[in-house]
Design a protein around this ligand. Structure first.
Ligand SMILES: Cc1cc2nc3c(=O)[nH]c(=O)nc-3n(C[C@H](O)[C@H](O)[C@H](O)COP(=O)(O)O)c2cc1C
Length: 362
């Protein structure tokens, strides 16, 4: 599947600018042109995380399906879960185009989209129309011109409570000026208090407690990681997603595209995001769920995230290079790796290399 994509569809898609190509991928998924990929059910990949039963540990990361147009189609191509958004209360256009750039030699992407999305109402209407039991998370954010950013997250919890299987509070996009400041200890404490209070109220009303994850940047100091870990634990957050895109530009081959402003993702962010993941795992201890994201391109790199401390894994950018068959290939590849590792559950491999990754500096 990957080879076929590389030789044909990828060549075709790469004739278009990245945002147009992305629109074409969404249209193909909507129309059913992308073949359904039935991944064999493997009980060793099945896990309970934050009270949800995941059939496999691979999810589509936020940003691919910002407006909840194709969550079911993504679940049909092998992903065990998918995350829509980031959605903001009001629709917003985002930054001027062009705002997505391929770094082909690095298999990386730089984007400075700036939370372009159709707003809460449009995404909610689409999610409400979906039945079924697939795991669809809702990634919530704040409008660029908001007077009260924390309230935008609270609005997200309330609006999507009936349709989200989990929430992600995204405070780590580098493309909304000042958003990452919410990671600073006092602001983070205020955000988590407000968001989790709203969740608890909705849980009382509905009788269902929906878990809330926090998505963080890979560009953090050791003290920054200390603060986030301490706040996550003291507020009894349900989990962390590590990480969003990076502002770093180290070691890139494509120096021309590297100069573009925005967040870098794909293979170049694998190492950095995995180090931060392991450092966070060391700080929060074994019980807090973590989703590892950044540069996952194969079953081997997905498993390495788990060995560094992740319970679940997500990807986006490498699918741009490998095509829609990547999810199924990774899930099948994970089963083969488990044969080799001779374990009865993928959970048994978690944290196996946490010390190795946490000792690295990036
Ligand atoms: C084009 C693009 C748009 C993205 N938009 C979002 C977004 O809206 N919200 C979010 O939390 N992350 C967003 N991300 C970040 C991804 O979810 C992911 O955290 C990051 O790209 C690292 O994973 P990857 O290397 O597998 O892409 C976006 C990434 C890309 C490439």
């Amino acid at each position: 599947m990957i080879d076929l994509f590389k030789s044909a569809a990828r060549k075709g898609l790469f004739l278009f600018d990245p945002e147009t190509a992305h629109g074409m991928s969404i249209a193909a998924l909507k129309s059913g042109l992308v073949p359904v990929c039935k991944v064999p059910s493997d009980p060793r990949l099945r896990q309970m995380v934050a009270g949800i039963e995941f059939a496999n540990p691979l999810g589509m990361a936020a940003g691919f399906d910002k407006n909840a147009e194709v969550p079911e189609a993504l679940l049909k191509i092998g992903f065990g879960f998918t995350e829509i958004g980031t959605v903001t209360p009001k629709p917003q256009a985002g930054n001027p185009k062009p705002r997505i750039f391929r770094l082909v030699d690095d298999e990386g992407v730089i984007n400075r989209l700036g939370f372009n999305n159709e707003g809460h109402a449009a995404a909610f209407a689409r999610l409400s129309a979906i039945g079924g039991s697939g795991i669809i998370g809702v990634n919530i954010g704040a409008n660029k011109d908001s007077d009260d950013r924390i309230d935008d997250y609270v609005k997200g919890i309330r609006r999507f409570y009936s349709v989200a299987r989990y929430f992600t509070a995204n405070i780590s996009s580098p493309n909304t000026p000042g958003l990452r400041d919410l990671q600073a200890r006092e602001s983070l404490s205020a955000l988590l208090s407000a968001v989790l209070a709203a969740r608890d109220e909705e849980a009382l009303k509905s009788g269902r407690k929906i878990p809330v994850f926090l998505k963080i940047a890979p560009d953090l100091t050791e003290e920054g990681m200390d603060d986030i870990a301490a706040e996550a634990l003291s507020h009894a957050l349900d989990g962390l997603i590590v990480s969003n895109t990076t502002l770093a530009r180290d070691g890139l081959k494509d120096q021309r595209q590297a100069k573009e402003a925005g967040g870098l993702s794909g293979k170049p962010v694998f190492e950095k995001s995995t180090v931060v993941l392991a450092k966070i795992r060391k700080r929060v201890g074994p019980d807090l769920p973590i989703i590892g994201v950044g540069g996952v391109s194969s079953a081997e790199t997905a498993l390495e995230k788990i060995k560094a401390g992740a319970d679940l894994v997500q990807l986006y950018s490498c699918m741009v290079y490998e095509g829609p068959g990547l999810a199924g290939d990774i899930v099948r590849g994970l089963s083969k790796l488990l044969d080799r590792e001779k374990v009865s559950s993928i959970r048994d491999l978690r944290d196996r290399n946490t010390n190795y990754w946490a000792a690295r500096n990036v």
